[in-house]
Each structure stands twice: as C-alpha cells, then as structure tokens.
Design a protein around this ligand. Structure first.
Ligand code: PEP
Ligand code: MG
Length: 522
C-alpha cells in the first residue's frame, strides 16, 4: 500500500485537520500535547506469540499497540469442539507439541491481520471484527483461525476502552475515574442496567475434565442468596473447602485431586449423580448457608451417549456398558434429582443432536436448561433453539463464536428471547480475565469460570470482585471527590467533565448490585 493510499484509507488528513482545529479552539499553550490527546487512537501494530494455556497446550497471545499504549489478550481452548463452532487453527505437526502448536495462527496475526488493522480506530469494535471476518472469508474462521481472530478482537476491545478513557478525561482524572473495560462493552451493546453475575463455581469435576470415574462433567454451586458478589465468593470458597474435608474423611486425601477447571475429582462412580450430589450437599450443610446456595449440573451428556443410550459407567473400563440408561430413564432421573436436591440449572442433559428431548425436558419447567454443546454459541443453532423453544439458556463460549461483536450479538438474541445467559470459561484457560468484564458489561447474570481455586479461574472471579469492591468504594467516595475537586473542576475543566463524573457516579451505584435471585432475569 502506498503512503497516499494509507492516508486515504484511514482518512488521516481529516483527522489531523480536526486535531489542529481543536487545539486552535482550545487556545492551548501546549498544542502538540493537546493534539496528541485529541487525535483518535489508531492501531499501530499487532504482535502475536505462542504461549501455553492452563493445560500446558499452546495458545495465542496478542499485543495490540495504539498510540495510547499496548493491550494484551489471549485465546482459551476447550476439550469439546463441534462442527458448528469457529475453528481453532493448530499446526498439526505431530513432532511439535503433539500437533497442537499455533504458529500458523500467530503468523496470520503478525503478517495478515496486522496489516489489515493498522490505522483502524479500536473503538469501532464492529469494524475491526468485520475487517478480520472479511480477510478470513470462511464461515468458520478456519483460514486465519478463530484463536487468532478472537485474541485480536479482545485486545482491540481493551484498546477501545482505553481510548475512551484517554479522550474523555484528563490524565489526572483518568487515573482516578477511568472508564473500565466492562463499561466500554456495555456501550458497544447499548446496555445500561448493569449488575454483577452469580458465579457458578465448579465443586466436582468429571467427564472430559477429570481422570476419575464420573461421567458427568461438573457439579456446580450458585450462591444466589448472597447479598454481594464478595459474599458469593466467600460462600463458594468455604463450601469448596468443606467439600475437600468431606471427601478426605470419606475416601482419603488421595481423592482430593482436581480436574481441569479446579473442581475436586473423587471417584464417585457407583451412584454417579447421587453420590457426587450427596458430597456437595454435605459440604453446603456444613457451611450453614442452607437454601442460599443452589446446585447446577453440566451433564455434557454427548460425551457418554452411545447410540440412543447413555453409559453412566463410560469411564470405568471394567463396567462400561453395564449401566446404560435410555433417554426416558434419564428424564426420570433428572425429575427425581430436581426433587431431592436444590438443583436450579442443568446444562446439556442429552446428546447435542437430541433437540426433541431437550425441548420436552425444558417444557417440564423443573429448572433452567442450558445449551452448550447443543448450541456451540452458533447464531444459527441459537436461532433454531429459540424458534423451537428447545432450551432456555445460552452458554456463551466466546472462542466458539470468534469475535467480541458476534458474542454481543448472540447474547442479545438470547436476552431478547428471555433466556438466561451464562458467560463461560473453557477447560484450557489463560490468565486473561476478559470474560469477567464481558459478563458485567452485558449484564448476563451468570458466569461460569470453574472452581474457586487455580489462578486462571480466579483471574475471572477476582476481576468481578475487583469491579464490585472498587466500584462501590468509588461510589461512596464520590461526594468527597467532588468536593475535593470542586474548585479545580470549576476553573480548569469543561462542564462536560463534571457531567461525565455525575454520570459515572450514577452508574457506579448500579454496577455494584449483585444480581442474586434475579440471576436469570438480569
Ligand atoms: C463446558 O463444557 O461447559 C466447558 C467449559 O468445557 P470445555 O471448555 O472443555 O468445552
Ligand atoms: Mg458444557
């Protein structure tokens, strides 16, 4: 691309002219600094590298540069992958990382995506994402790789948030009252009523996430009765540690190993569901929180569905095939479990192609029915599920859809259908806490980020915790801040800034609301 083509493509002449005019209007004594702040930020470079995820498998990390700074993001990766989700690009060379390297995805970023995005405005998330979709040209993002595209999309989103901060507030105020990532995401989606989600903590791991005999993938707890997110974290952590003690007493400390998302992974294969649920119930009883804690399951039934039967002993080599259940048996079992335990949500109760039974089961109204493998975060499958009233909640795995813009769109689809929305981790995670801000910014009401244990899981919960404590602290200190800054504001800043502060104060009050009992309606 020639220099002239570059200037034309990014309308740089107009942007420079606008910045010069703004400096003249402001009669600034320091025009170059004023112009630097006034010029909208553009992406100047995108640089990727291969890192390892929480399972020790390669994934993509990106540094996206603008004239305001550097913004880092990385892509997670799951154990399940289906034919309807965006494709993770892996090298396939068995001699290197057993075929799991992502050097092609990294090269695609450093060569193709970097060139396409350089000069773009990171606040225009939809344009940035569309540019990558256009460059890729495939339906499932297999040319550039969804792992490459998603990491860049998230980094651009972080850059977009920072650009708003830098342009709307002075550097001094910026450090005190910055516009955070969740706020930028809320703006992108047009969401105004924000709240903090109910965390779904994994307490017991099984299925593909653990080496025990448990066929189902997760037994989770939802502290819906907490008053604040902070209390929800406390309730989750205490229950987790009580469960560890219960398991140690019953089976010995050697059964306290953990699965991929940090859930405890004892061998509870004899009465598959009930034995695990009894352990969790005992742990809840020991906390004294009683009905303030509810239970959720991710059955991930596709993983042990053989033909039309479900093999509950699929992970016990010597018993596999002896405990087959028909779909009718499964329905009866779920009915009884919902009666005997405080179960409020079941994810993937049947095989991912068994739309009829998911629909029938949802129709019973026993609990929230979440579509994960059923939907694969795919807009067409979500549309079908809404049309056919199959399930009534979306499990959003951002890397299955591939960009921030598309993630916002599918959440809107689900919300418009009055579904619940669970923003979800993947079993292979990184320390990137983006989904925490996504969940708050889209007011999804639910976040599933694994156990209250292991760094890459806690990166998400701790970020929501930060938002909750930081926001309420700022909110309560706002009148003091206003008083302190009053004179300064009156003489040095535009009235817009004062209005902006008032707007922020208004928002802060709302943001610290924990969604609690409204976890499905948020
Ligand atoms: C899940 O099934 O809900 C999940 C997070 O697992 P994975 O990332 O392994 O697909
Ligand atoms: Mg699942």
């Amino acid at each position: 691309m020639s220099v002239q083509e570059y200037l034309d493509k990014h309308m740089l002449s107009r942007k420079i002219e606008d910045a010069v005019n703004a400096a003249v209007r402001a009669k600034t004594p320091d025009p170059s600094n004023h112009m630097r702040k006034a010029v909208p930020s553009v992406i100047t470079k995108v640089k990727a590298r291969q890192i390892l995820d929480s399972r020790g498998i390669p994934t993509v990390e990106v540094d996206l540069y603008t004239n305001k700074g550097m913004f880092r993001a990385s892509a997670p990766s799951g154990a399940t992958s289906g034919m309807y989700e965006a494709i993770e690009l892996r090298d396939g060379d068995k001699g290197t990382y057993l075929g799991n390297g992502v050097s092609r995805a990294v090269r695609n970023i450093n060569e193709k995506i970097c060139e396409a995005l350089t000069g773009m405005d990171p606040t225009l998330q939809a344009h940035v994402d569309q540019a990558m979709i256009d460059l890729d040209k495939t339906e499932k993002k297999n040319e550039l790789g969804a792992n490459a595209i998603l990491a860049v999309s998230i980094a651009a989103c972080k850059a977009g948030a920072a650009e708003k901060e830098a342009s709307e507030l002075s550097t001094w105020l910026f450090s005190i009252l910055s516009v955070p990532l969740y706020k930028h995401i809320a703006d992108l989606s047009g969401k105004t009523n924000l709240n903090l989600p109910v965390p779904a903590f994994t307490l017991i791991s099984g299925g593909k996430h653990a080496g025990n005999n448990l066929a189902i993938q997760e037994i989770m707890i939802l502290p819906v009765g907490a008053k604040k997110f902070e209390e929800a974290v406390q309730m989750g952590s205490e229950t987790y540690h009580h469960l560890k003690a219960v398991i140690t007493e019953k089976y010995g400390a050697h059964e306290c190993n953990v699965g991929e998302d940090g859930g405890l992974a004892p061998n509870v294969a004899r009465h598959v569901f009930r034995e695990g649920l009894d352990l969790v119930k005992e742990a809840i009883d020991r906390t004294g929180y009683k009905e303030r804690i509810k239970i959720a399951l991710d059955v991930a039934a596709t993983d042990f569905c053989i033909g039309t039967k479900y093999d509950l002993d699929s992970k016990s080599p010597n018993k596999s095939g002896q405990n087959f259940k028909s779909v009718e048996d499964m329905i009866e079992m779920y009915k009884e479990l919902c009666k005997d335990y405080p179960i409020v949500s079941i994810e993937d109760p049947f095989d991912k192609e068994d739309w009829d039974h998911v629909k029938y089961f949802s129709g019973l109204g026993l609990c929230q029915v979440v579509g994960d493998d059923l939907l694969m975060s795919n807009p067409k499958r979500i549309e079908r599920a809404i049309r056919e009233t199959a399930c009534n909640a979306l499990l959003l795995k951002v890397n299955q859809v591939g960009t921030v813009t598309e993630a916002i769109e599918v959440v809107k689809m689900a919300k418009d259908a009055h579904w619940g929305v669970v923003v979800s981790q993947r079993s292979g995670e990184t320390e990137d806490s983006f989904i925490a801000d996504l969940s708050v910014g889209l007011a999804t009401g639910q976040i599933k980020a694994g156990a209250p244990c292991r760094g890459e899981r806690l990166a998400k919960y701790n970020q929501v915790l930060f938002l909750s404590t930081d926001l309420s602290m700022l909110s309560s200190s706002f009148p003091y801040l206003m008083k302190m800054c009053g004179g300064f504001l009156a003489t040095n800043l535009h009235q817009e800034v004062v209005l902006q502060l008032l707007r922020i104060e208004e928002e802060l009050g709302e943001h610290s609301i924990y969604v609690g009992d409204d976890w499905r309606q948020s």
